[in-house]
Structures are given as C-alpha cells and as structure tokens.
Design a protein around this ligand. Structure first.
Ligand code: HEC
Length: 416
C-alpha cells in the first residue's frame, strides 16, 4: 500500500488499554461514623480515632459538589443547577498527574469556576491524601505520565492554556484548548473566539511553565497535518444579512468531552453584539485505515431573523488546484455567490503533493459553496420568519494518494 496507509495504532492501543476495573468501580459505602471499626484492620489501639484518610477528606470537602462516586452531581451542584467535573470521565483541564491535581486543589480553578481553593482549609498532607483518593475515582492514569506530560487514554482529554504559535511568526493564543482523542488526534482551538487552528497527530501535550493559577504554556506534541489559515484563521462563521457578509464573534459556552461526544458549544454574536446563533460544534475521528481522517459537524440554531450563516470548513484554501467537485449544477444564491453550489459530495483540491478531500453532508436547507479559495457552507437558519436550523458536517481527508476508488471507499465508511 501507499505510504498514506498508516496503521491506526491508537485505536488498537485504546482497545488494549482496558479501562482498569478499579477505575470505574462503584463507590464504596460512606465510612461508618467514628469508633465504628470497618473491615480495615486497625494496627494500633486508637480505634477511637476517626480514620483521617483520603476518603474522609473527600467526603467532608468535595463530595458535596463532586458526589461520592465522583460523577460531579453532588447535592450542592444540583442545587445550583450545575455539574462539577466528573472524575469518572477523566479529562482534567489542568492535568491528571498527582502534582497537577494537587495544584488544582490548592489553587482552585481560574476563571469563573466555582471549584474552590483548599490551600487555607486543608493541610498539605490532607490535600495529598485526597489527591490519591480522587485518582481512584478517575480512569486509570498512565503510569508513565509524570511531571507535566499529559496523555490521553481511553477517553478524550481537554487541556486549556496558553498555546504557542502554530506556525513560526504567527501569534500565540493566551486562551487555547487542546482536545486529545484516544485515536491519537488532537484538535487545537483558540477559545476566545472559538477557532480551530490545527489538527495534530501523535502524542497529546506537555504542560510547561506551570503556575498556580493555571495558564502555563501548553505545548501540543503531535504533528500538525492540517492547519487552518496558516495558524491564524479568520472567524469561521460569518453572518449574511441584507446582502452583506460580516464575521461573527464566537463566545464559548461549554466544552464537551465524553466517550460519545467531543466538541465545543458556543454562541455567535453579530457586529452589534446581538446573539445571532447557538452552535454545537463537534469533532470526530474516523476509524479508517488512514492517518488523519476526521469530521467536524455543526448543529446550528438561529436566534434572530434573517441570520443566514456562512461556515468556512477550513479546507482547502489558497493556491491549490481543484481536482474534483466542480458541480454540475450552478446556482446563484441572491447576488452573492456566482459560484457553484451543491448539497453534498466530495470536493478535492491538491496542494503540493497533498490532496485535501472534503466530504460535506448537509441537510436540505444548506448549500455548499466553493469559491476561489475555500470551501464554505451557506446555512440559512431562518427562511423568512421561519426558523429552520441546520446540521452540517465536513469530513476531511489529507492524503498523498487520491483516487475515485478511495473516495468511494471512504464515502461508504463515513455513511456508517
Ligand atoms: C463548590 C463546589 C466544589 C467543591 C466543594 C469542590 N469542587 Fe472540584 N470542581 C468543581 C467544579 C464546578 C469543577 C469544574 C470546573 C470547571 O470545569 O470549570 C471542579 C473541578 C475539579 C477538578 C478538575 C480540575 C481540572 O483540571 O479539570 C478536580 C481535580 C477537583 N475539582 C477536585 C476537587 C477536590 C479534591 C475537592 C475537595 C477537596 C473539590 N474539588 C471540591 C466544584 C467543586
């Protein structure tokens, strides 16, 4: 096979790294009150003393929010209509090594989070004890992970922090998110205006230069095989209104990283700061015997009339040769696009040796627009006064070897 057919190592390793049974063990019953001997054999005669272990610290200080089993749905959180971090899902933003968790507990979480600092209320010893207890509620941590290296095991991981420039000479991003998937791809987002910067393949990330409030530099370790806008992309979602296209401003609402769903929820604001749309953007790694095949999808709900959106799917752009996908049907949407549009199918462009193949699947209201240098989706979220909403997805394949047969094969896989 051609060089592009890499094996898909991480799928295998994900399957092999069986989720340690102890990791998802159901919670033990709460400890009996003091002086009540448990099955733990007391070595000395101080049976009168309560057992000041990690679980005791946890139940007294953390379970109200994180719940006894660590699922993040403790009574305090439920009362606030919120959820704390679920330990069972892993994926700590600030790292899952003992040191990282210790720092999180000591410093609390930066930003608007309600996760408090325990520096004043718990001693160092108590904090270390509770760290070890929290780890028993988490998916198993890679034993090799030490210091600041973050690894992804069997669930997606999210890490936030200062991201170095994707390409030399481009800006660094003080607020960034890395989403690492068990399949070995990492999605690198700038989060102040929700923009996908790059997709990487390889190890996850190294957190250097830690400081107590978080925000140390987060160095993604994988190789960027897909970069948008040279590492400094334009706003990916624009608003089309009365004949004018203006970039929308995105504001992050939530990050999602579960076994089934990975991505970001955000709102799009127009130039007068009115909310125009609510977006769920998801990423998925396709389990295909090719390196680097992934799908981005957007589920969009319009919030105001006459907001039609244009999504730049981020590929391909600039000096490339269009190989496939100039559609048979030419349509014109208003006076704006004197360009080909269609609802789904493949577009293939070639840049240097690499073919960038984009498969777009859109629902019936949505149109794919290929202009001279990018692939965009025209997404009406209102038709007249009627809200229509939209769901679109784009699967991106980077390969040095392109053929119609390959596309046909991929098409079948993606349709599954
Ligand atoms: C008042 C509620 C509350 C209490 C009490 C609380 N937490 Fe949290 N904790 C949260 C919330 C909410 C988050 C998620 C914050 C976010 O994602 O912005 C969180 C997140 C965390 C994280 C994940 C940090 C990361 O890197 O993603 C850890 C670890 C943690 N808490 C440990 C603890 C421990 C240990 C205790 C007790 C010593 C504790 N928490 C007490 C609310 C609480």
């Amino acid at each position: 096979m051609n060089a592009v057919y890499r094996t898909w190592p991480s799928l295998l390793s994900a399957a092999l790294c069986a989720f340690g049974a102890w990791a998802c063990e159901s919670p033990k019953p709460p400890p009996e009150p003091a002086a009540q001997p448990t099955e733990v054999v007391m070595l000395s005669d101080d049976e009168e003393e309560p057992v000041h272990d990690g679980r005791w610290v946890y139940e007294g200080n953390c379970a109200g929010c994180h719940n006894e089993n660590g699922d993040g749905q403790g009574p305090t959180m439920l009362a606030l209509g919120l959820k704390a971090r679920s330990f069972a899902q892993g994926g700590f933003a600030f790292g899952n090594t003992r040191e990282a968790i210790f720092r999180t507990i000591s410093a609390g979480m930066p930003g608007s989070s309600v996760m408090p600092s325990f520096k004043a209320t718990l001693t160092d010893d108590e904090r270390w004890l509770v760290v070890d207890y929290v780890l028993t509620l988490c998916p198993r941590v890679d034993e090799k992970a030490s210091g600041t290296a973050l690894t992804v095991r069997d669930r997606p991981q999210i890490a936030r922090g200062l991201l170095p420039a994707v390409v030399d000479g481009q800006p660094e991003w003080p607020r960034g998110i890395l989403i690492g998937t068990p399949e070995g791809l990492t999605f690198e987002y700038r989060t102040d205006d929700v923009r996908l910067l790059a997709v990487r393949q390889g190890d996850f990330a190294d957190r250097t230069d830690w400081n107590e409030r978080g925000g140390g530099e987060l160095v993604p370790l994988g190789k960027a095989f897909f970069t948008i806008g040279g590492g400094n992309p334009d706003a990916p979602i624009s608003i089309l209104r009365t004949g004018t296209i203006r970039p929308g401003r995105a504001q992050l609402r939530a990050t999602i990283a579960t076994k089934d769903e990975v991505g970001l929820d955000y709102d799009i604001y127009d130039s007068s700061d009115k909310r125009a749309a609510i977006v769920k953007e998801r990423v998925r790694v396709e389990a295909l015997p090719l390196g680097g095949v992934f799908t981005r999808s957007w589920e969009i709900r319009g919030d105001r009339e006459a907001n039609n959106l244009i999504i730049d799917v981020g590929a391909p752009a600039g000096d490339c040769e269009w190989v496939r996908g100039v559609p048979e049907t030419w349509q014109q949407i208003g006076q704006l696009f004197r360009t080909p549009v269609r609802q789904d199918g493949w577009i293939v462009a070639k840049r240097g040796d690499v073919f960038e193949c984009v498969h777009v699947a859109a629902d019936k209201n949505t149109w794919l627009v290929k202009d001279s240098n990018s692939v965009r989706l025209y997404v009406p979220v209102f038709a007249g006064a009627e809200h229509v909403g939209a769901k679109v997805s784009a699967t991106i394949v980077m390969t040095t070897d392109w053929s119609e047969e390959l596309l046909a094969e991929l098409g079948k896989e993606i349709a599954r």
